[in-house]
Design a protein around this ligand. Structure first.
Ligand code: PEP
Ligand code: MG
Length: 844
């Protein structure tokens, strides 16, 4: 039998592999190699099980000859990946009248009958697939219950309960093989990532009894906490039990000494010590934290199985890191064992997985993490709430730059409209603020300060809700939370990732706070500073509005003179925080009217502040309105037509660079021009910026260098990147606008129908979330190749929201980009994803 790979006794040398016999069979072979007390086991390969499903049983007698004649058996599934599931285990195969008779003598009549009854029931339900209700009428106990169960079986199947071990085993094997082929099992495992043709292996093992005279029982033990991953021997043991009953029984014992009750350690210290030794050996040799399934039979320890310890995200990190620290696995392997996105759960507070969730509605998960607070419906109320020290959740139809201060004050933001790159989403990610946008199944009645759910509940200002930005749900009340875990294990993992990766990671950071977060997460500079956000700070908005209302260029320059020192302070702070790392500052991008008040009251206030008639103000505002502002007078188009703004910004950047360089390494600022579509735009801006640089050098007597680059975010800029590169020392792809313009799809409105589009498979994913490799990706490829061939030393990067996605990083890396830039809180995910790509290449 050892030589037949399809039905093989599990020995140290048997031809068993995970890919042919499944993970459980392979694990049992490893345990056998470690000389652990594993009961005799036969493994059936995927092929063998496939043959059984199509009606060809293996030689059952040959299998049975591997076990003592009167031994009871169990059969358990062995799929390639344990997460893919499989049919339930069947224990005590071989139970019949004569075996029952023997057990009555050794165990006593009642326990023996209870075992047999349980076997009849599990055989009926799992093997014959009968309705569990058929046993509802069993009223007796012990032998009487057994007779009732057997009678019920006969009634239902019109046959006697199978009596021989061979018959029972054959039926179990057939039923398990067919169950794996069933549609629901197939769909279930495919949902977990199994390929369509995933195989099932089976293991047939001699029962170690767990029930009997002397100390008998079963349980599980592991060396670490599943929640934290820290060393902690945990598990349960249930006397006189089999399988995984210990996990559910109220009478289960603790594993180690415990004030709350008796423990295995006190009851059978020898077995406990052996178990811990075995678990340590398994950890070292199987190179993984394993949960040991064991049985004690008359004081004798048996190891039935080892399964990977179930683990939370934070435990995943700690376990992998500790295995590498202990030299059990190399660091590279530890890095590969952590799915980058799981880091999100360490970086933010999360709703505890085990907490009860009362879901009010859902939308697009735009910024991860969870927060609880009282509902507020305006930015002002959010600020008032924060000043009272009360946590609040800001509710808006959509946010605009005017809501920034409210967003800072809130613990989370939810919006009715918007998608993954809408204002709320971008700002939320920057601030590390949980955010759900595009919530279509809650009615937003913001004027009434109310939210109505689909099941008829109405929530008002002041009601407490929790926003789960990790999965995009809004929950009623305050479920239990898990705190972030930026512990030593996380830090080590990040350091190891940096040692491996070969693409730079910068952060998109607009404020000193963002820059500090970027620095804390070891970003290698700022890849995008959206300067317009600085104008929404208290005290600046009015000056900004004055500037917009200026009638002449000189008037505009005069107002900009007042904004200049404010901008300069911003930049000095950024340069100081980033300590010599590159800081890429994007010149002003949005349409000017985004800064103007939309409602009557705001316009009245502005008229008073500017000392103008209200009618003048409303007329000017109306005249600036555009039908399609995202395609209108913004970005470099403002730079060309209203040059004073860029001139002021360039001056502020250069003065700040001179100031921040004093006494330290020289700061080399990077200036980026947004929304370019033609080479001439760059020429015009470049000559003006060069002139300002020369002026600042003359004024300060300090010579400095700077780099001027272009943001490639219109399809034309990508196509003409060769031309444009002539005047640009770097090209940074703004994939938010590039996606919007490539698809002709508004990034602010797409959220309304995106889920329909994804459901109907028009788009595989939201293209604002996952880079569209086929379309937008082709533009990236064209643009980067043309840019680089025109100017081989050009720096290439991406700074749209896609920059933090592992798939986009893979794409950018293979296209030869120098760095990706993403929201500060996504930097760790990007660092790990980039390391994994580099390691995967090295392994190949
Ligand atoms: C972009 O368009 O990709 C980008 C980064 O800029 P913004 O999101 O500010 O338009
Ligand atoms: Mg843009």
């Amino acid at each position: 039998m050892q030589n037949n790979p399809n039905t093989t006794l599990v020995t140290a040398t048997a031809p068993i592999a995970t890919a042919t016999h499944g993970g459980r069979a392979k694990c049992l072979q490893r345990l056998a190699r470690l000389d652990l007390p594993v009961p005799p086991t036969v493994a059936l390969s995927f092929d063998a099980v496939q043959s059984i499903a199509s009606g060809h049983l293996p030689d059952i007698d040959a299998i049975l000859r591997q076990f003592p004649q009167d031994a009871l058996l169990c059969v358990r599934p062995s799929s390639e990946d344990p997460d893919w599931g499989g049919p339930s285990a069947i224990l005590n195969i071989g139970m019949n009248d004569s075996r029952h008779g023997v057990l009555c003598d050794t165990l006593g009549r009642d326990p023996a009958s209870a075992l047999f009854t349980r076997f009849v029931q599990s055989f009926a339900i799992h093997v014959d697939r009968l309705d569990p209700d058929m046993f509802d009428d069993i009223t007796g106990e012990g032998a009487e219950a057994l007779q009732q169960a057997l009678a019920a079986y006969e009634r239902e199947t019109e046959t006697a309960f199978p009596t021989t071990r061979a018959e029972q085993l054959a039926s179990v094997l057939k039923s398990m093989a067919r169950a794996w082929d069933g549609t629901s099992a197939r769909l279930l495992r495919q949902a977990k990532g199994a390929p369509a043709d995933a195989g099932l292996g089976l293991v047939i093992q001699q029962m170690a009894f767990g029930i009997g005279q002397g100390e008998s029982g079963s349980g599980v033990l592991q060396l670490v906490s599943s929640k934290t991953g820290k060393p902690q021997i945990t598990g349960r043991y249930l006397r006189q039990s089999q399988g995984r009953d210990a996990l559910f029984g109220d009478a289960s014992l603790y594993i180690t000494r415990d004030d709350r009750g008796p423990s295995l350690e006190e009851l059978v210290p020898d077995c406990f010590a052996q178990l811990v030794d075995h678990a340590r050996l398994m950890r070292a040799k199987l190179r993984e934290e394993m949960q040991v399934e064991f049985t004690i039979e008359n004081g004798q320890l048996h190891i039935l199985d080892g399964v990977r310890v179930a683990r939370s995200s934070r435990a995943t990190v700690r376990i992998a890191v500790q295995l590498a620290r202990d030299d059990v696995i190399p660091r590279q392997e530890a890095l590969m064992r952590v799915e980058p996105r799981t880091l999100n759960e360490l970086l933010h507070r999360q709703v505890d997985r085990h907490a009860k969730r009362d879901v009010l509605g859902s939308g697009i998960a735009a910024s991860p993490g969870a927060a609880t607070g009282r509902l507020v419906f305006t930015a002002e109320d959010a600020q008032a709430s924060a000043s009272r020290g009360e946590d609040c959740i800001l509710v808006r139809r959509e946010t605009s730059p005017e809501d920034i201060r409210g967003m800072h004050a809130a613990k989370a933001v939810i919006t009715e409209r918007g998608g993954i790159t809408s204002h709320a989403a971008v700002i939320g990610r920057g601030l590390g603020l949980p955010c759900v946008v595009g919530i279509s199944n809650i009615r937003f009645q913001t004027r009434k300060s109310q939210l109505s759910t689909q099941d008829g509940r109405v929530l008002s200002a002041g009601d407490i809700v929790t926003v789960d930005g990790t999965n995009g749900t809004i929950l009623l009340g305050a479920p239990a939370m898990l705190e972030p875990a930026l512990d030593d294990a996380f830090q080590d993992l990040m350091d190891w990732a940096d040692a491996e990766r070969d693409i730079g990671i910068r952060a998109n950071a607009d404020t000193p706070a963002d820059a500090q977060t970027a620095r804390n997460f070891a970003a290698q500079g700022i890849g995008l500073c959206r300067t317009e956000h600085m104008f929404f700070e208290a005290g600046r908005l009015t000056v900004m509005r004055e500037m917009i209302f200026a009638e002449t260029s000189d008037d505009r320059r005069a107002v900009l003179e007042r904004l200049l020192p404010m901008q300069r302070t911003d930049f000095v702070q950024l340069f100081n925080i980033m300590q010599g790392q590159p800081v890429c500052i994007r010149l002003f991008d949005p349409p000017l009217h985004e800064f103007l008040p939309v409602d009557r009251a705001g316009q009245g206030e502005l008229a008073a502040a500017l000392d103008l008639p209200l009618s003048d103000v409303t007329r000017r505002i109306e005249s600036m309105m555009e039908y399609n502002p995202m395609l209108g007078l913004r970005g470099v188009r403002l730079g060309v037509t209203v040059p004073e703004i860029y001139e002021m910004q360039a001056r502020a950047i250069f003065q700040a660079a001179v100031f921040a360089s004093k006494g330290g390494a020289p700061v080399v600022p990077e200036i980026m021009i947004p929304l370019v579509s033609a080479k001439r735009e760059v020429e015009l801006v470049r000559s003006r910026v060069d002139a300002i640089a020369a002026a600042v050098t003359a004024e300060t007597g300090v010579d400095f260098t700077y780099r001027l680059g272009v943001m490639v975010e219109t399809p034309r800029a990508a196509l003409r990147a060769g031309d444009i590169a002539e005047h640009a020392s770097f090209l940074s792809f703004g994939t938010n606008d590039l996606t919007q313009m490539t698809y002709g799809l508004s990034r602010d409105d797409a959220g309304r129908f995106m889920s329909d589009y994804v459901r109907q498979e028009v788009f595989v994913e939201d293209p604002f979330h996952t880079l569209d490799i086929d379309g937008v990706g082709e533009l990236l490829q064209l643009g980067s190749a043309r840019g680089r061939s025109a100017r081989p030393d050009i720096t290439l990067s991406i700074c749209g929201e896609h920059g933090g996605n592992p798939e986009s990083i893979a794409f950018c890396r293979s296209a030869g980009f120098d760095y990706v830039s993403c929201s500060p809180f996504r930097v760790p995910v990007a660092r790990l994803a980039a390391a994994q790509l580099a390691i995967a290449d090295k392994i190949e």
